[in-house]
Design a protein around this ligand. Structure first.
Ligand code: RP5
Length: 173
């Protein structure tokens, strides 16, 4: 299986189609920022089902700690992947060209049967999926936890700066 790799990957980012890339590369971007290794590729539940089974079954033995799976419309990739591995799977619903209004993608990934969970982020929530994946990796890598602490401290600083700007009516349009 050929994929885009950053050394030994700890996160596997998969998507149902290359058309999902603009959302899924947001997960890759934040993982890069946090210095978490990842791989990224296309695995379609409907068009390449054997590849999906192969990827999901081999992921843990390859050293992957968490899978981030994005799909739109009849979005079966995250749930089917979760059914084939004990690794945590984060699902990213995508408002794709075949999605009616995004709700079909959300509900296809969110409403899993009991026993087969998928941690579902918001519609087009690639960035949060990447952050959540990093948080899972951080449970066994203190240096990643340290970088996440800095990341979250920066979020707080931005809000604190915006409070001052709002209270003094200095927000530019
Ligand atoms: C899903 O169908 C994919 O994950 C994508 O979101 C959507 C549309 O795929 P393309 O027709 O653009 O390849 O399986």
């Amino acid at each position: 299986m050929n994929m885009k790799l950053s050394h030994q990957p700890h996160v596997s980012i998969i998507m149902g189609s290359s058309s999902d890339l603009p959302v899924m590369e947001q997960a890759a971007a934040v993982l890069s920022e946090l210095n978490v290794t990842y791989e990224m590729t296309v695995v379609s539940a409907h068009r390449t089902p054997e590849r999906m089974v192969e990827h999901a079954k081999a992921a843990a033995d390859r050293g992957i700690k968490v899978i981030v799976a994005g799909a739109g419309g009849a979005a079966h990739l995250p749930g089917m992947t979760a059914s084939l591995t004990t690794l945590p799977v984060i699902g990213v619903p995508i408002h794709s060209s075949n999605s009616i209004d995004g709700w079909d993608s959300v509900l296809s990934i969110l409403q899993m049967p009991s026993g087969v969970p998928v941690a579902t982020v918001a519609l087009d929530g690639g960035k949060n999926a990447g952050i959540l994946a990093a948080q899972i990796v951080a449970t066994s890598q203190p240096e990643v936890a340290e970088r996440l602490n800095t990341f979250k401290a920066n979020l707080k600083e931005k809000v604190m700066a915006s409070i001052d700007a709002v209270e003094n009516h200095r927000i530019s349009k």
